[in-house]
Write a protein that binds this ligand. Structure first.
Ligand SMILES: [Cu+2]
Length: 150
């Protein structure tokens, strides 16, 4: 019997407009903590290469039940983490997620990723579009810090 269904599905996929992702994610890495921990942090640099402002409203990470945007702030001599609801990026603007500042909080990990593995990190905009990168798992920040890498 002739079943044209798979042809229709293929046609729909090919006809879908290619949406240009305005966000570039670079230098992504996730900190490996002791395996007894159920959460850790992820870092990256995101740049808006599009011509319109973008609002980052969420994140996702492979292996994590939930991933939140956080910022570490010094308050009364102590560091405190606060959730970031919206991170706006103007055209051409970059934001660096790095230790002591903005970071992705990976919560409810099925297991702690080990150094040498990779974790897929995604940023989600209010358009619902994820921008993803493979993050290297490492114990410490890359030597020199992200500010000094070119
Ligand atoms: Cu945090």
């Amino acid at each position: 019997m002739f079943r044209p269904l798979h042809l229709l599905v293929l046609g729909a996929v090919l006809a879908a407009p290619a949406i240009a992702d305005p966000l570039t994610v670079e230098g992504a890495w996730v900190r490996a903590l002791p395996p007894t921990q159920s959460m850790t942090a992820g870092y990256l640099t995101v740049t808006n290469n599009g011509s319109e402002a973008v609002r980052i409203v969420g994140a996702a990470a492979s292996g994590a039940g939930r991933t939140e945007l956080h910022e570490s702030r010094a308050e009364g001599g102590a560091m405190r983490m606060v959730p970031v609801a919206v991170l706006p990026l103007a055209p051409g603007e970059s934001a660096s997620f790095e230790p002591g500042g903005l970071h992705l909080m990976l919560k409810d990990l099925a297991r702690m990723p080990a150094p040498g593995e990779t974790v897929r990190l995604c940023l989600i905009t209010d358009e619902g579009e994820p921008s993803c990168a493979e993050a290297a798992v490492r114990r410490d920040a890359p030597a020199g810090g992200q500010h000094h890498e070119h």
